[in-house]
Design a protein around this ligand. Structure first.
Ligand code: FES
Ligand SMILES: [Fe+2]
Length: 348
């Protein structure tokens, strides 16, 4: 009996979800070191287009220069550290800081520091924007501040998993943003298991063969599958990738999302919906797929908020994880643990 009791892995320490110190360690150990999915690469397909994204509180910019080269920069002015661009996408050839109007070219070079004075004059070469590595994989845009491995190494077995899926033929047409008061890991824990489907998503539960629900952890990702019953928009495959993005297949396309911490106790999820058929004739069908999809995910937020509140109140000690349904939770939490331990080891 004791052996059986000890055989369950335990949920992660709740202190790691609520302490400011743990959050700061994660920013260094996970969000700066791992490749971050920023969004569809179509946002930076044309010369002059940029995408400005918040990654765990750090601003990142991807911009397609007039020379056609895609570059990444920290969204941090070299003068006194203001943000150059607001979040979102757009078009520009000069990055002008709103604070004191320093201006940078699309290659990151400082080209203007107006009214700075000449005694002594500033040397522009000393103050370029700080570069960030950017890469496109199968139509999806990624960036890394301080990468410890290549993007394809991080993606791991996902590369083979999606080899047959025509990702590049899908067009990202719609975006949805949701913010909620919970640590980002509470939501990731929720995403990587289907165990909560009967309790949290009754209509979704009725639309799949739950007895055949399968969760498996692979190098770099967690796969969940279930045979859908007739009429469900999902194709029955949901993927979560280290450290914080998701991809779910539905009829005629897919959604992707990034789970971005805005603070230790607030998270934003940014969804992109991608479709093969973007014709006007299919507009209503696309809108219905998006709404049906969001209706399912909206059911998760309150349970995450309430769980986080219990962690923050200090009234929870770690419980057991199901080896049938919570393999993904265990995989995610082990990766978090290893990343954080590596970080504290490195700083000792
Ligand atoms: S902080 Fe950007 S110009 Fe001063
Ligand atoms: Fe859910």
């Amino acid at each position: 009996m004791d052996d059986q009791r000890q055989s369950h892995p335990l949920n992660l320490d709740p202190a790691l979800y609520v302490s400011a110190e743990a959050h700061q360690r994660e920013r260094q150990a996970i969000f700066w070191r791992a490749w971050q999915y920023l969004g569809p690469a179509s946002a930076v397909a044309e010369t002059g287009q940029y995408l400005s994204v918040d990654v765990a509180g750090m601003g990142l910019i991807a911009i397609r220069g007039r020379d056609g080269v895609l570059r990444g920069f920290r969204n941090v002015c070299r003068h006194r550290g203001a943000r150059l661009l607001p979040e979102g996408q757009g078009n520009c050839s000069l990055l002008r800081c709103p604070y004191h109007h320093w201006a940078y070219s699309d290659t990151g070079r400082l080209v203007q520091a107006p009214w700075f004075g000449t005694d002594p004059a500033i040397v522009p070469e000393d103050w370029p924007l700080e570069p960030v590595t950017v890469e496109i994989w199968r139509g999806l845009l990624f960036a890394a501040v301080d990468p410890v491995e290549s993007l394809t190494d991080q993606l791991g077995d996902l590369v083979a998993e999606l080899a047959e899926e025509p990702l590049e033929s899908y067009v990202a047409t719609d975006t949805a943003r949701v913010q909620f008061d919970a640590n980002w890991k509470v939501y990731a824990d929720n995403f990587v298991e289907g165990y909560h489907i009967p309790g949290t998503h009754p209509a979704f539960f009725a639309a799949i063969d739950f007895e055949a629900f399968e969760t498996t952890a692979h190098r770099g990702f967690v796969r969940m599958t279930a045979p859908p019953k007739a009429g469900l928009f999902y194709r029955g495959k949901w993927l979560w990738m280290w450290p914080n993005w998701t991809l779910s297949l539905f009829e005629g396309g897919m959604n992707t999302s990034r789970i971005n911490p805005l603070g230790v106790d607030r998270t934003e999820q940014v969804y992109h919906f991608h479709f093969a058929d973007t014709s006007d004739a299919r507009a209503a069908a696309r809108a219905k797929t998006i709404e049906d999809n969001l209706a399912v995910v909206r059911e998760d937020y309150q349970v995450c908020i309430d769980t986080h509140a219990n962690y923050a109140a200090g009234v929870y000690s770690p419980g057991p994880l199901s080896s049938r349904h919570e393999k993904g939770v265990h995989y995610f939490q082990e990766r978090v643990r290893q990343a954080i331990e590596g970080e504290s080891g490195a700083s000792r």
